[in-house]
Ligand binder design. Structure first.
Ligand code: GLN
Length: 445
């Protein structure tokens, strides 16, 4: 109830929530109290949180930040939501996001931009900008995000919180509105790595309803948090400290790495030679998959429908033209272009080959070192309205999107400030190394 009042007081200005659900929250809190009274409480019983508005929730609007789904109430819960409910958490509502998770600043939302709680002139990052801002502003202790090309780690960095993108397949995508299915992954955003460890333990695991979720046991992610780091081998990718990196971001990150050295870790430089191809490869693959996933919004079965269609083609054309925002339309055009006959081999197939090389870069690096470290983003949060040109926005993703192409996990942890705005240290590990990443992040906090 205290947090609901706080949301009421602060979120008009911040705009981090699309929907607040006080009745459901109070009912869930009562159920949590009852469980506690019966002696059945777990570590997450009664913990308030928020869900990015991309997770389907029974009886509550799920908009994906789009006018297209402004009228959509899902008839079922996403697996992540089901698991969080089973763990006794209390959702306070659904957070703002870039439309269909396309963006790096949360400015592409149908529901308006979100402010960065540290500085109202700055963006919170995206696409999980509402989740990051809500946690940073103390409206909720934790929130769920999704990360297709950095959308958990970059807003976590911009808002000075901790955000974990798990290995592709670690968390079920069932009931998460699809953007780019071979890249999408859900994960926790919270103050600390320890909080993320509890949340990941609750949401991870195999799910028969998502054929890409991996049948592999879920460890206790909190068990190794305190393991000492003496002997840890850290690699610094040369390509993550090059041109375009803000010098204050660089010095904050290098400062953090010195802390690890003082804890007994050794540091060496490694190379990820195909890094420069990550942005082009991603911006071929992700829009291609998006164009296919977004074909289902046709004005017929659910979502926005235009007024008085004259025939079926008119219904499709106007419903989609009215329902989708500019960036989403741009991605659909790019995607249908690269998938069309005559262009497929030159773009989509080539991008998939590059993806393989990018993945191999990481696997080679993890033969030499335990984790990689670098900045989560080349700059701290930029000003609202500062990046009008889509390509300059895409370049924001330079340190985050290769991770999704490779399918490996990554975490961003707060590591100081640049120009008065938070900086994120990104820590990367090999597939299913989440426990290690959480341990390394925790030792810094
Ligand atoms: N900026 C990336 C994009 O626009 C990130 C998206 C994401 O991770 N959902 O595609």
């Amino acid at each position: 109830a205290n947090l609901l009042a706080r949301i009421d007081r602060l979120d008009g200005d911040l705009n981090s929530f699309i929907t607040v659900t006080p009745e459901q929250a109070l009912a869930a809190a009562d159920a949590a109290d009852a469980a506690r009274a019966r002696g059945e409480a777990g570590p997450l019983t009664g913990v308030p949180l928020a869900l990015k508005d991309i997770f389907c929730t029974t009886g509550v609007k799920t908009s994906a930040g789009s006018k297209m789904l402004d009228n959509f109430v899902a008839p079922y819960d996403a697996t992540v939501v089901e698991k969080l409910k089973a763990a006794g958490t209390v959702s306070l509502g659904k957070t703002n996001m870039d439309e269909f998770a396309m963006g790096s600043s949360n400015e592409n939302s149908f529901y308006g931009a979100v402010k960065n709680p540290w500085d109202g002139a700055a963006v919170p990052g995206g696409s999980s900008g509402g989740s990051a801002a809500a946690v940073a502003a103390g409206l909720v202790p934790a929130a769920m995000g999704t990360d297709t090309g950095g959308s958990i780690r970059q807003p976590a960095a911009f808002c000075g919180i901790t955000g974990l993108k798990p290995t592709y397949g670690r968390v079920s995508r069932y009931g998460i509105i699809a953007y780019a299915s071979s890249l999408d992954q859900a994960g926790p955003m919270a103050r600390t790595a320890a909080d993320c460890a509890h949340l990941l333990g609750a949401i991870a695991g195999h799910d028969l309803r998502d054929s890409t979720s991996v049948a592999r046991g879920v460890p206790d992610y909190t068990a190794e948090l305190d393991a000492p780091l003496a002997g840890l081998k850290i690699g610094l990718p040369t390509e993550y400290f090059g041109d375009g990196l803000d010098p204050e971001v660089e010095s904050a990150v290098r400062e953090a790495i010195r802390v690890y050295e003082s804890l007994g870790a050794t540091v060496r430089e490694v190379s990820l030679p195909h890094t420069h191809y990550a942005i082009p490869a991603y911006y071929v693959i992700a829009p291609a998959e998006a164009s296919s996933n977004l074909a289902r919004y046709d004005g017929v079965r659910f979502g926005h429908r235009c007024e008085a269609p004259t025939d079926l083609t008119d219904l499709y054309l106007r419903s989609r033209a009215e329902g989708f925002g500019e960036e989403v339309q741009r991605r659909i055009l790019m995607g249908t272009h690269t998938l069309s006959e005559g262009f497929f081999d030159a773009y989509y197939k080539k991008a998939q080959q590059v993806r393989r090389l990018i993945r191999q870069d990481f696997l080679d690096a993890f033969d030499e070192v335990d984790v990689l470290m670098g900045p989560a983003s080349p700059t701290p949060a930029f000003d609202l309205g500062a990046k009008k040109d889509p390509v300059s926005m895409y370049l924001q993703d330079i340190y985050t999107i290769a991770i999704n192409l490779a399918g490996i996990p990554g975490i961003s942890v707060p590591a100081g400030f640049a120009g008065g705005r938070p900086v994120g240290l990104q820590i990367l590990g090999t597939h299913f190394a989440e426990a290690r990443l959480l341990n390394v992040a925790h030792q810094f906090q």
